[in-house]
Design a protein around this ligand. Sequence first.
Ligand code: AOF
Ligand code: ZN
Length: 313
Amino acid sequence: MSLERALALAGGHAGRGYPNPTVGAVVVGTNGSVVGEGISEPAGGPHAEVVALDAAGEAARGGTLFVTMEPCAHHGRTPPCAERIIEAGVGRVVAGCADPNPDAQGGAPRLRDAGVDVELLDLPAARRQNEAWRTWVARGRPHVMLKLAVSVDGRVAVPERRWVTGEESRRRVHELRASVDAVAVGMGTVRADAPRLDVREAPVVRQPRRLAFGGGPLPDGSELELRSGALRDELAALAAEGVQSLLLEGGPTLATAFLADSLVDRLLVFVAPVVAGDGPPMTGPLPEPLDLGVPELERVGDDVLLGWRLQEV
Ligand code: AOF
Ligand code: ZN
């Protein structure tokens, strides 16, 4: 299916459009064959739809455009894709999800007005390709991923053990760090572990910013950035600086503050096969129990990874 091809094109180039989304597009001609493909150029460059239509030329006339997100209707750094699609004479557009950007959205109704047949889908696979950007653009704060590593009895430290989870889980955490714009811990973790928070055990294009939330002061020699304001203010400030995704790595005080304020978008819990019997629990008291719903499940080495999306855009 051509929408799957468009998803594969964008999926293979995550982050390419930053700070814009990364979109994939495929044009299928009237004879049913692919006549053009495109991926978002880095921000300021042509959108995926335009790249695909340029490649297709006259063969787009009467054809179908498959695109992972609704075409834009606005003049931003580039002209509106909706107008370009109309000019190209495309008969049908199939889009994987709506555009949550209030400045750019509206391509679907514009195309319908011009007589183009539009199928606007709502596929989680399409939305998740740009999930951090969607939260950032729709809510004005970074997408927040809270990672916890716990024993079976929910403790974040195990007596006489350096690590709670196994080596593969820890490598996975480095991959998570490599995928975000910033990583943060609370002051308790700064004092207890003096974490570096950089990516060392996974390939990385851009090291994330490394933050500590709390009152400080930071210990001598710490390279973390101290963010001492109210959480929502700090998140808004980070968003304004282009931080679209934030990974929280501990500890219980920070986790509790973010969960209590409904500021966690994705919760990842690595559970290690050990009963600690003693040690700090993963959160302090919450205003009320948090219903998480059905988890995504994965085995990571000897550990189990549980994942939830708590508020998808
Ligand atoms: C992209 N690439 O392939 C698509 C985008 O400032 P502009 O003109 O580049 O517009 C950016 C907005 O256009 C972006 O936030 C999103 O809403 C929409 N679609 N953007 O950079 C693309 N299809
Ligand atoms: Zn566009």
